[in-house]
Design a protein around this ligand. Structure first.
Ligand code: PEP
Ligand code: MG
Length: 403
């Protein structure tokens, strides 16, 4: 059995992500199986996340692979995921994958797990997560801007999460909200200045406040039409518009205290259920002020503040900065480090929200990890092939789990 999972060969190649940018895809072969995975890329990246590629981009990652990785992983037992991930770190020789790039390490790490689960004939979610698992709810962005578009809102993402009886019903309702918002924007702007961003959320030449009103209105309308509860949230990605101690929106500027009040008011007065990165990534105390003010009424999720790093999550737990964490594998570069982050959050009673990146591939490993990690939510857009690759896989997984 163990010998069956000896790595016999591996490949790395460049493919394009959904933005048309190069990324890395890897194959790992054992005696009876193959695992293939590709890694996405972010646009609003956290300062402490590993960088996707070394100097020289995706091509430099491939060169590094051919020179330093291919031979070194041959003969390794793919069943030893932790050992494999440690070996990648050793080969890289830095503490943040800056030699090979986080996207190469991510693609290799996930390809290794897939090679084993394929060889065992069990789904990836079962191999990584064991028994007693369930599917998360979908969380998808419907209007946005920030680093994901030009001329959109300052806030990066306005999000909806339908609570259908099945995952299919939930994603169907989320996509209906997306469509309704398109109609509302068309009516409002008569086709002028409407587009879509990197993750297929609507982008419109309107102020943030108006976008919030539109999302709340569309969610209410679709909820009464479908009789499905729809929750509204947001990823402010606030670091991207934090300049010289202030939060600079397209039509106004907030001080730190005003930003905190604004975030709290969205939860307490406008009924938002979730806020991701409401403050700059360095402001653990600002996060904590919001988390304590909203209590159990809202989920405060840290993305850029933690970048899926267990040590930073631990700091957030100590400072009570949030009550949930966003999980992105290629922020840390291996499955093992991601599992450590998930476990650290779980031990503190925090929920985890697993997330796509703005530049995605059609790899559906995120769907499997969301189940394995018992994620409360999966953030993977509402429409678009690379987003639905994950969401549709969860429809299949739920069917599997109900059998
Ligand atoms: C995010 O900020 O949550 C996100 C998905 O964006 P990116 O992939 O650009 O970091
Ligand atoms: Mg984010």
């Amino acid at each position: 059995m163990v010998d069956d999972f000896e790595i016999l060969a591996s490949n790395a190649r460049i493919i394009l992500d959904s933005r048309g940018n190069p990324t890395v895809e890897c194959d790992i072969f054992t005696s009876y199986s193959m695992g293939r995975s590709s890694a996405p890329s972010g646009a609003s990246t956290g300062k402490t996340e590993v960088s996707a590629f070394p100097k020289g981009g995706a091509a430099a990652s491939i060169e590094f692979f051919n020179k330093n990785v291919k031979k070194a992983i041959t003969g390794f037992n793919a069943l030893d995921q932790k050992g494999f991930d440690e070996l990648l770190r050793e080969i890289d020789g830095t503490d943040n994958f800056s030699a090979m790039g986080g996207n190469l390490s991510t693609a290799l790490s996930i390809a290794c797990a897939k090679a084993v689960s394929n060889g065992m004939g069990i789904p990836l979610y079962r191999y990584v997560g064991g028994m007693g698992i369930s599917v998360p709810e979908p969380l998808g962005n419907v209007i946005g801007g920030g680093q994901h578009a030009r001329n959109g809102t300052t806030i990066q993402e306005l999000l909806v999460s339908a609570e259908g009886k099945t995952f299919l019903e939930s994603i169907t309702v989320n996509s209906k909200v997306h469509r309704r918002i398109g109609e509302i924007l068309q009516d409002r702007l008569k086709g002028q200045g409407i587009g879509v961003g990197d993750e297929r959320a609507w982008v419109a030449a309107i102020k943030d406040e108006e976008a919030i009103d539109i999302v709340l209105r569309a969610a209410k309308e679709i909820s009464s039409e479908t009789k499905v509860k729809i929750r509204v949230g947001s990823d402010f990605a606030a670091s991207s518009y934090y300049k010289d101690g202030k939060y600079v929106y397209k039509d106004h500027t907030f001080t730190k205290d005003q930003q905190i009040d604004f975030a709290i008011s969205l939860i307490k007065e406008r009924g938002f259920f979730l806020l991701e990165d409401p403050m700059d990534e360095g402001d653990f105390d600002g996060f904590a002020a919001i988390t304590s003010a909203v209590g159990s009424r809202g989920l405060i999720v840290g993305d850029d503040i933690y970048t899926t790093r267990a040590d930073l999550i631990r700091k957030g737990i100590e400072k009570k900065s949030s009550n949930a964490v966003l999980i992105k594998v290629n922020q840390v570069g291996t499955l093992t480090s991601t599992m450590e982050a998930v476990e650290t959050a779980r031990m503190a009673g925090w929920k985890n929200v697993i997330s796509h990146r703005s530049g995605e591939t059609t790899d559906d490993f995120l769907a499997h990890l969301s189940v394995a990690f018992r994620s409360y939510l999966i953030k993977s857009g509402t429409v678009g092939g690379e987003r639905l690759a994950k969401l549709n896989e969860l429809v299949r997984i739920q069917e599997d789990l109900m059998d």
